[in-house]
Design a protein around this ligand. Structure first.
Ligand code: SF4
Length: 376
């Protein structure tokens, strides 16, 4: 496998834990942030031995911008040292609306960050309440105003299918987002992750999930509204103006290798998928003892790896699975592996096959999980 050209770094601290959140994130533990950065630097030195230049660097969380300015500056310094960006590279940092101020925006821009991904999720106070987000709709536009002073490239995350929402409230959300003129938008359908407070409310019957047909209508409306506004869909949940696609995420969907550092971070190196422990005290303890913070890992045999490549590629709605690229990457012919399944889904109208590429059709977008499960 080629040396990774992409790296993900996780910062787990948040101002507050949102009700739907299943990420490796912690609230109320900011006092551990200094120790965490020392542990992170130790992990970088143990795993890399020497600095590695990357083409894409994505700092996510948690909320990286929850770090106080002094620590945010320290994070920037250690990343510039260990993971220097190659010329023309893409460096993204995730932010939440009420954790940004001019000082933090300045620290990120001065360090060489080129792209901010802002977790807006909704502009509807009711939806924000159901999601237990701790920002108000007005905080998003204030954050965007700060970001656009220093950054040309930025993205918004939105969530649809929130209990209590309607098609018209979702369309208003999309309009509010478009009014801010982002070049990139991620729109995710709400997932009730097992064990989260929102999932528990669902199980107890305290929240009503949205009707599936309504969710599908919302998704269709998203594709139409965003495409009409010049933001083309390039992945099942991602939309961008030409050239504004997230290069880091394209690495995942191409099934290329990447580094991952920090609490719970996943990596894909030498055909092994592995992740760090999600337990913050174990992460700190192990690194403070000079040990890597190991978690689950899995080495896939070549055929399983090839099938995984097929389903990840299929998420790319325009590129799809390119037969020549697939063979070059996996050593397998796509049709030898998945021929009958592809033919079945082509006949059912769920995929489009022009002999060079296989892509999800519009109908296939709504049944992507079924098509992918079949290819796997
Ligand atoms: S801000 Fe993001 S990472 Fe933090 S708790 Fe909320 S959803 Fe989770």
């Amino acid at each position: 496998m080629n040396r990774p050209r992409a790296a993900y770094v996780h910062i787990p601290f948040c101002a507050h834990k949102c009700g739907y959140c299943d990420f490796a994130s912690v609230a109320g533990l900011d006092s551990l942030a200094g120790r965490y950065l020392s542990a992170l630097e130790r992990e970088l030195s143990l795993r890399l031995a020497e600095p590695q230049s990357v083409d894409t660097l994505f700092v996510g969380g948690g909320t990286p911008t929850q770090l106080e300015p002094r620590l945010l500056e320290r994070l920037m310094t250690l990343l510039r040292r260990w993971l220097p960006l190659s010329p023309g590279g893409e460096w993204t940092v995730e932010a939440n609306p009420n954790t940004l101020d001019a000082t933090k925006v300045g620290i990120l821009a001065d360090a060489g960050v080129g792209r901010i991904s802002l977790g807006a999720q909704s502009f509807d106070p009711n939806a924000l309440k159901v999601l237990e987000r701790n920002h108000h709709p007005g905080d998003v536009s204030r954050a965007v105003e700060l970001i656009t002073r220093r950054f040309r490239s930025w993205s918004l995350d939105l969530i649809f299918g929130v209990p209590g929402s309607s098609l018209s409230s979702w369309l208003s959300d999309l309009d509010a987002a478009l009014a801010l003129a982002p070049a990139h938008l991620s729109c995710y359908g709400l997932v009730y992750e097992k064990g989260t407070p929102l999932w528990k409310s669902l199980v107890r019957g305290q929240v009503q999930p949205l009707d599936e047909d309504l969710e599908r209508t919302m998704y269709e409306a998203t594709i139409d509204r965003l495409e009409a506004a010049g933001l083309a869909m390039y992945e099942i949940s991602n939309f961008a103006r030409p050239g504004a696609e997230c290069r880091h995420n394209l690495v995942y969907w191409a099934n290329e290798p990447y580094f991952g550092f920090g609490l719970g971070a996943a990596r894909y190196l030498d055909h092994v998928r592995a992740s760090n422990t999600r337990d913050l005290s174990a992460y700190l303890r192990r690194l403070e003892s000079g040990l890597v913070p190991t978690g689950p890992s899995e080495q896939l045999p070549p055929e399983a790896r090839a099938r995984e490549t097929a389903i990840l590629n299929l998420r790319r709605t325009r590129l799809g699975i390119d037969r020549a690229e697939f063979t070059a990457r996996t050593g397998f012919q796509l049709d030898d592996l998945c021929g009958p399944a592809l033919e079945r889904h082509r006949q059912a109208g769920l995929i489009v096959d022009d002999h060079r590429r296989v892509r999800l059709s519009r109908a296939g977008l709504f049944l992507a999980d079924t098509v992918m499960a079949d290819l796997l």
